[in-house]
Design a protein around this ligand. Structure first.
Ligand code: ZN
Length: 184
């Protein structure tokens, strides 16, 4: 989520507008979320206002606070917690977190593809350094092993032989790209 959340109050709802993107590489999309309000009577007269959770799980709970829940927008705490739990139950996600924590203690960035630091951080015992190195490597290894393998699309000729990279450039489907069209 980026920037601020604008809140427009209505008698029976608030409309939240904010910009959101799924990942740093994704484009921003502006979201408008209508959250209905509900009231409960207060002992000495008057009424207390609540949000009504609009999560797609069909929660509908009354809540005093809303939390950001990614694609879902703002939801009650329980719905956000559920989303977090399903994520953390994923073994690959756990492996990533484990590797990143070890990397952080070693003074490295969170990207598992970046090399681990050669030099031990000041005040860190060398046994701890070695243990964290091992942990970071193992967790990263575990994470890769659980990743669905990705292969570049292979083109074959009529006989089923793989076309070489040179052959691919002259392939018809490549001619449709604006780059090749500009050159032709
Ligand atoms: Zn909810």
């Amino acid at each position: 989520m980026g920037g601020s959340v604008e809140i427009m109050p209505h008698p029976d709802a608030v409309v939240l507008s904010f910009a959101w993107r799924a990942a740093e590489t994704e484009t921003w999309c502006s979201v408008e979320q209508r959250v209905p309000l509900t009231t409960t009577p207060v002992h000495f007269g008057g009424a207390r206002k609540w949000f009504r959770c609009t999560s797609t799980a069909g929660c509908g709970r009354r809540c005093a606070l809303l939390y950001f829940n990614g694609r879902e927008g703002f939801n009650c705490r329980r719905c956000c917690k559920l989303a977090y739990m399903t994520q953390s139950e994923n073994p690959r996600f756990r492996a990533i977190i484990r590797a990143q924590r070890a990397r952080q203690r070693l003074g490295a960035g969170p990207n598992l593809l970046d090399p681990l630091p050669e030099r031990r951080p000041r005040y860190m015992h060398r046994h701890t350094f070695a243990r964290l190195w091992g942990r970071a490597l193992l967790a990263a290894e575990r994470c890769w092993s659980m990743q669905r393998p990705w292969r570049p699309p292979q083109r074959r000729d009529a006989r089923g032989r793989f076309l070489s990279a040179d052959a691919e450039v002259t392939d018809n489907s490549r001619r449709r790209s604006p780059y090749s069209r500009a050159r032709q």
